[in-house]
Ligand binder design. Sequence first.
Ligand code: PLP
Length: 409
Amino acid sequence: MALVNEHYLKLPGSYLFAEVARRADQFKRDNPAADVISLGIGDVTRPLPPAVIAAMKKAVQEMGRPETFRGYGPYQGYEFLIEKIIENDFKPRGVELAVDEVFISDGAKSDTANFQEIFGVNNILAVSDPVYPVYVDSNVMAGRTGTVNDRGQFEKIVYLPCTEENGMKPPLPPARVDLIYLCFPNNPTGMTISREEMKAWVDYARENKAVILFDAAYEAFIREDEAPHSIFEIEGAREVAVEFRSFSKTAGFTGTRCAYTIVPKEVKAFDGSGRAHSLNPLWLRRQATKFNGVSYPVQAGAAAVFTDEGKKQVRATIDYYLENARIIREGLEGAGYKVFGGVNAPYIWLKTPGAMKSWDFFDQLMREAHVVGTPGAGFGAHGEGYFRLTAFATRENTEKAIERIKAGM
Ligand code: PLP
């Protein structure tokens, strides 16, 4: 008799975005004439930069000739891409990395979900609340939690509430934890933290021999100087942090798939007898066993992001989304909403009017303005009463959506 992994049975039935899509589809079927605009799921609308397309085409041609054909690539990714990442994303910020500390992958989603595999099942983890659901669900699947309560919170996870009072910034854990998931710029709140605030996290991790799993998928959206782009800009972070990055939102790779994870050699976890083990070789061992790399044309395309042309084109795309974010933020503020984020991030986190429940606001916004967003409650108990809009739509649809919200809600 085949036995199921019962930890999967602890997970709530439907993934947040599946439920959002289900309700939106139902509304469209019931109202076929309605022009429904989605500011819901965090998927991009701008195409891949021309520099990336040219590099991918060239790489595909190479794959078609015996003298330039490539089969399996290196487990950690091609050095031509890793070197460009180090040169462009880290060196200018004073962060030195070795080539074997960068792991190319097919997504920050898979890496943030998979990385927990190399930690023991008895680690206590902390997440901010609201939170990107992947961190929690992957740990539930691994058996690192108890069951879920009626507020959607799992036993054995320490939730760090992000509230208006603390400026949507997670407080340090009230009790000792071992693994800490942080994400800045944050999905869903769109907020960042300062260097001093990030240093407090690094100090906490060093004092408690904890590891910080730092998701910087939205790093390219940072425009204000106070917000660090990488946790490794903070002294001591190499001993306690792993960082996840992605080309998805930066360069339009959501459908193309390329990301990377930084695992410094100094970052360690401990065995039962207290002996320290570097995470870098363990992650390499995990990847070498379960992952066979990102395709050569995709890595060649990602490397083109770092050419002069590629940088200009990517910058223009991000500027486009940040202008959408400004239109949403200022439009909502003008209409009397309290909003967070949308300055260094493509997400705007708004407080629902009259303390309306998130899903009620979702239904009302869809019914009256024909705009789809994401209910804050789907990101955690402290997301109740909040709502997320994304800046990834076209300019035309963003402007139309905000005009409708200003006129009708
Ligand atoms: N991390 C965060 C915080 C995200 O919001 C997302 C995507 O929405 C991801 C990771 C996934 O990125 P990728 O497309 O590289 O898997």
